[in-house]
Design a protein around this ligand. Structure first.
Ligand code: HEM
Length: 658
């Protein structure tokens, strides 16, 4: 008995010591982390003083004064608050938000030359400065091997594998399918016109883009436009519902601090379940395709000689490869990426285009003669190319085999293209966030100890309010997140001129206003291969900021061809440019060809006619629309739903025009 007691005492004493040891280890680890954080904060406070910024608290930096403006309760995309701060700071080329000790500092970029410098290759960063780790928040949505997330050689190999699926030669084979799906979209619009009820354009537009991207990616027609909600792929656990749910559950970066996002177990569980369902469904679709891909190979004995002989992007990407687990995993990630990236972005573009059309009708409170002229130009071009007898003739013409639809869409619609470009300029659905590890030691990147300091050139600028001049200077940026804020870059009056906030497609037309779009593209890409300097420095070749050459015969004084390189970048530029831009243009051109001539658009609610109190107001803010609308000057603004989307789903009422 005494022996057992003694043994127990020893065990208890040993456990007691272990407990103390554990407490000591936890204490040391917390102390170590606190010291690292302290040093990190100290460095941040020392390093970036040369970059314009709002006043900083000695301990909390900009956490409070910027955090208040980014609060999720404001229900606006962070780009809006960032533009507000930029204005307040006098519109500098870039400014800093200091989030230490909670997070690293962030640079908000408004100047195209800086944006260009960080997205072009350099000796240090072969495929441009790496993406920010904040993007990891979309990992479940797009898969961990997604093109959007991966870096280095892995990225290069994957991009090469999938580029062919988005090449114009391949996309052109898809035009008949896009046209046939746009017919279904047209039928839905006609339905809304007939019943005269308000609707959110986001619904038919995102169903259309879903139908197109699922076909292109995995050759699967889910008939998103006709399947009723709650059935088939739109049932509770259906594939289309899974994508939407995954997207809505994704944490929104840059949206201030929201504790519910971190501790919501129900949300985490839901995310896990839908991720499993979604990934499995995509995986099965790919597995089911393997026999036909093999068949294609064995019948031809070699790879298909033209990309057009195989339609789905996965077919193209898997042809000639052994379907090893790693190949299949990365393919699943890319398909998830395409389904996500191919839907909301293009649907959002369609919605903003409709808003601009609505301003051309006297019923709109935002009516202007300028908008009416723009619509007339647009319709005249459609009359000339597709014939004037039927407003929907574009769909018939484009489906005729002898029509050379690719040429029509490629170069015969310069005004339409300019209209689309302008809609994307004012309302870019995304931006690009990059990150350079802190030198010489970064707590999040311990393997990067030997890295050199990294500098970029901040061009000279004049404070928009005080008129104070600031000389150009080199600023140190390692350790920072660098955010190319397309929303600000595209609306920067120092680049785009005093009417930067106005919708005007002539910025993208040539002298005659009729030239082929290729010429405009050429002008835009003149400095395409602009490579930054080495030695840990990123410095663009073009440093002029809105330096205007006297080109009075251009249709717009701030014509795209006169602007600094990289002023226009809705799809981002450099190696990590969007893979789907050609597809987005094809879709937008076909849709615009029926929206402009076929319907009279009336915006309802925000930016349009004010609803009566008893009317149901729906959209991102629900019945709050009216209240929030008042505070925001009754304009449609964008909110953060992974990409930037119109707050009210673009609520419209339409009539058939002819
Ligand atoms: C109006 C439509 C679209 C806009 C404005 C747009 C915009 C962008 C932007 C700004 C990026 C860079 C993101 C970053 O740097 O983190 C990007 C990348 C990407 N986009 Fe798009 N996108 C559009 C449509 C599409 C479509 C239709 C697809 C595919 C089906 C697509 C697939 C991708 C992919 C895979 C990437 C990553 C490319 C890489 O890093 O190699 N996008 N897009």
């Amino acid at each position: 008995m005494a022996g057992i007691m003694a043994e127990n005492t020893e065990v208890i004493a040993a456990l007691y010591h272990l407990l103390w040891l554990a407490i000591l280890l936890v204490f040391l680890s917390i102390t170590y982390k606190a010291v690292v954080r302290f040093v990190f904060t100290y460095r941040i406070r020392q390093r970036y003083n040369d970059i314009p910024h709002l006043p900083r608290h000695w301990l909390a930096g900009n956490l409070v004064n910027v955090g208040e403006r980014l609060s999720p309760s404001i229900n606006a995309h962070p780009d809006n608050a960032m533009q507000e701060i930029w204005d307040e700071l006098g519109q500098p080329p870039a400014y800093m938000i200091d989030l230490a000790p909670v997070d690293r500092a962030m640079m908000i970029i408004a100047d195209p030359t800086i944006a260009e410098a960080i997205t072009q290759p350099s000796p240090e960063y072969k495929y441009s400065i790496p993406k920010s780790n904040t993007l990891q928040q979309i990992t479940r949505l797009v898969g961990d091997h997604s093109l959007v997330l991966i870096e280095g050689e892995e990225w290069r190999i994957q991009r090469r594998r999938f580029n062919k699926g988005f090449a114009p030669t391949h996309l052109n084979t898809l035009i008949p399918f896009v046209v046939s799906k746009t017919r279904v979209f047209l039928d839905r619009l006609k339905g809304y016109a007939q019943n005269g009820e308000d609707f959110q354009l986001k619904d038919p537009a995102s169903d259309l883009t879903t139908d197109i991207i699922t076909q292109l990616a995995i050759e699967k027609d889910f008939q998103a436009q006709t399947v009723p909600e709650g059935q088939g792929p739109k049932s509770t656990f259906g594939l289309l519902t899974s994508i939407k749910t995954m997207s809505s559950l994704t944490e929104k970066t840059g949206q201030g601090f929201d504790i519910s996002g971190y501790i919501h177990p129900e949300r985490k569980a839901k995310e896990w379940i839908y991720d499993r369902l979604y990934t499995k469904a995509i995986y099965n679709e790919i597995i089911n395709k393997l026999p036909s891909i093999k068949q294609e190979r064995s019948t031809s004995g070699k790879k298909p000689s033209t990309v057009s002989s195989a339609k789905a992007i996965v077919n193209l990407a898997l042809t000639g490869l052994d379907p090893t687990p790693s190949v299949l995993n990365s393919t699943v990630s890319q398909v998830k990426t395409f389904l996500f990236a191919g839907q909301d972005t293009t649907s959002t573009l369609i919605q903003w285009m409709a808003l601009e059309l609505s301003k051309s009708y006297p019923s709109s409170p935002l009516y202007s003669d300028h908008h009416k002229q723009i619509r007339e130009h647009l319709c005249a071009e459609h009359d000339a190319v597709f014939g004037s007898s039927d407003p929907f003739a574009a769909l018939d013409v484009l489906s005729r085999e002898d029509a050379h639809a690719d040429e029509l869409l490629g170069s015969k619609l310069p005004y339409t293209t300019a209209f689309i470009k302008e809609a994307l300029r004012l309302n870019p659905p995304g931006g690009s966030a990059r990150l350079i590890p802190l030198s010489p030691y970064d707590p999040d990147y311990p393997n990067q100890k030997s890295q050199q300091p990294h500098f970029i050139d901040l061009p000279a600028w004049t404070h928009s309010k005080t008129g104070e001049h600031h000389e150009a200077r080199r600023i140190r940026v390692d350790g920072m997140r660098l955010y190319n804020t397309h929303f600000i870059i595209h609306r920067n009056p120092n680049t785009w001129g005093p009417d930067a906030a106005e919708f005007d497609p002539s910025r993208f037309l040539d002298r005659s206003g009729k030239a082929s779009v290729d010429e405009v593209e050429e002008a835009m890409n003149t400095h395409k291969h602009n490579t930054p300097h080495g030695n840990g420095s990123t410095s663009p070749r073009t440093t002029k900021s809105a330096t205007k050459t006297a080109q009075t015969d251009l249709p717009h004084p701030y014509h795209i061809s006169t602007l600094p390189t990289g002023s226009y970048r809705p799809f981002e530029r450099g190696p990590r440019t969007c893979i789907g831009s050609n597809l987005a243009y094809i879709e937008a051109k076909i849709v615009l060809a029926i929206m402009a001539r076929g319907f009279e658009w009336t915006k309802v609610g925000l930016d349009g006619t004010r609803p009566k109190p008893e009317e149901v107001v729906y959209g991102g803010t629900g019945k709050e629309d009216v209240k929030v609308g008042e505070s925001q000057g009754w304009r449609v603004w964008s909110i953060n739903q992974v990409t930037s989307v119109p707050v009210d789903g673009m609520r419209m009422r339409i009539k058939l025009r002819r």
